[in-house]
Design a protein around this ligand. Structure first.
Ligand code: NAD
Ligand code: UDP
Length: 344
């Protein structure tokens, strides 16, 4: 199949592109590079030895998206093109709603015009909100979110469900990611946040490489075994494999199907710090700080549905995730950018 990756130069999109190409699919990438850069596309080609058609395009822009559908025979769309920083979404809610929802609407409209019927969506564990019991299962109702980013995911899931209800030809796969970390084992592609990282693993990696002085752990008084929050971390290559299976599944599926993609095993912030130290032989300086607003104490996935329906399972463990993160970061101390000190 030919798969359009909206936001395909980003962290999860670039790893998925490699796995799709290795599985024999063709890949077209549309990205405005607002949180990535064209070098990621070069590296995808280098890793796979295959050509990727890429467009610098804002996926909110219907003219730009129409052109992509006119120039390529797309069989399936994966929509990664979202803004994703939780704190920023509280400061800039309108920008988040505009970008995340408009990209989805534009893709749906242009797909309909072009006769493309398969849509795989980057959703998130955040849609389970604050009310559901752990582990989270796909049959649970969506909950209420503590920030605009989370609400955009809830709203986009609802939009996609309504669109599929109205159009029996449309197939939608909602992939609810837990906490993706790690990098391609080559260290050629990885997570490259702009500015100060919001997420735990890129922050640890930047402390390890000397770009940050120390990690602040957001709270050690949670009702968890060591007092720090627990999450379900999943290797980005296992997540990428989940996308390949979702694309294959979408070929013959009907309606909307939801899959959790997590390992089902929670790890605390301190587990991550110590495993990173053990896996890589590096000390990570850290101090305890106050809780971060909106953080839940702990959650993890029940991913049995993905195992049963997609024959998917996470193969890589936490050591692998920490080793591969460091392999990427040490080879690319400033991510895809050259030179030091550009992003303080
Ligand atoms: P990322 O920022 O690395 O990738 C998103 C890509 O989309 C970037 O390359 C960015 O330049 C592009 N983009 C954003 N708006 C665009 C627009 N209007 N037009 C064209 N391109 C645009 O993020 P990621 O970690 O790869 O996440 C991909 C998706 O997965 C996002 O929708 C995110 O919300 C979702 N998700 C991520 C996580 C996570 O922890 N990384 C967890 C759950 C869900
Ligand atoms: N965290 C932390 N320090 C940081 C970044 C994150 O202690 O600098 C904690 C955060 O409180 C949460 C966990 O690490 O408990 C994972 O946070 P992240 O932002 O990576 O993912 P989230 O689960 O919030 O999407």
């Amino acid at each position: 199949m030919t798969v359009l990756l909206a936001g395909g130069a980003g962290y999860i999109g670039s790893h998925t592109a490699v796995e799709l190409l290795n599985a024999g699919h063709e890949v077209v990438i549309a990205d405005d590079y607002s949180n990535s850069c064209p070098e990621a596309v070069n590296r995808i080609e280098e890793l796979t030895g295959k050509k990727v058609v890429s467009y610098e395009a804002d996926v909110k822009d219907a003219e730009a998206v129409r052109k992509i559908f006119a120039e390529n025979k797309i069989d399936c769309v994966i929509h990664f093109a979202g803004l994703k920083a939780v704190g920023e979404s509280v400061q800039q809610p309108v920008r988040y709603y505009r970008n995340n929802i408009d990209t989805t609407l534009t893709l749906l409209e242009c797909m309909k015009e072009a006769g493309v019927h398969r849509f795989v969506f980057s959703s998130s564990a955040t849609v389970y909100g604050e009310e559901n019991k752990i582990p989270y299962v796909e049959t649970m109702k969506r909950g209420s979110c503590s920030n605009p980013y989370g609400w955009t995911k809830v709203m986009m899931e609802e939009i996609l469900e309504d669109a599929a209800k109205a159009d029996p030809e449309l197939t939608v796969v909602l992939l609810r990611y837990f906490n993706p970390i790690g990098a391609h084992e080559s260290g050629r592609i990885g997570e490259d946040p702009q500015g100060i990282p919001n997420n735990l693993m890129p922050y640890i990696a930047q402390v390890a490489v000397g770009r940050r002085d120390h990690l602040t752990i957001f709270g050690d008084d949670y009702p968890t075994p060591d007092g720090t929050c627990r999450r379900d971390y999943i290797h980005v290559m296992d997540l990428a494999d989940g996308h390949v299976r979702a694309v294959n599944y979408a070929k013959d599926a009907k309606g909307v199907t939801v899959f959790n993609l997590g390992t089902g095993t929670p790890y605390s912030v301190l587990d991550i710090v110590h495993t990173f130290e053990d896996a890589n032989g590096i000390k990570i300086a850290y101090e305890m700080g106050p809780r971060r607003a909106g953080d839940l104490p702990e959650f993890w996935a029940d991913s049995n549905k993905a195992t049963q329906v997609l024959s998917w399972e996470a193969k890589r463990n936490l050591q692998d995730m920490c080793r591969d993160t460091w392999n990427w970061q040490k080879q690319n101390p400033n991510g895809y950018r050259q030179g030091l000190g550009e992003d303080k």
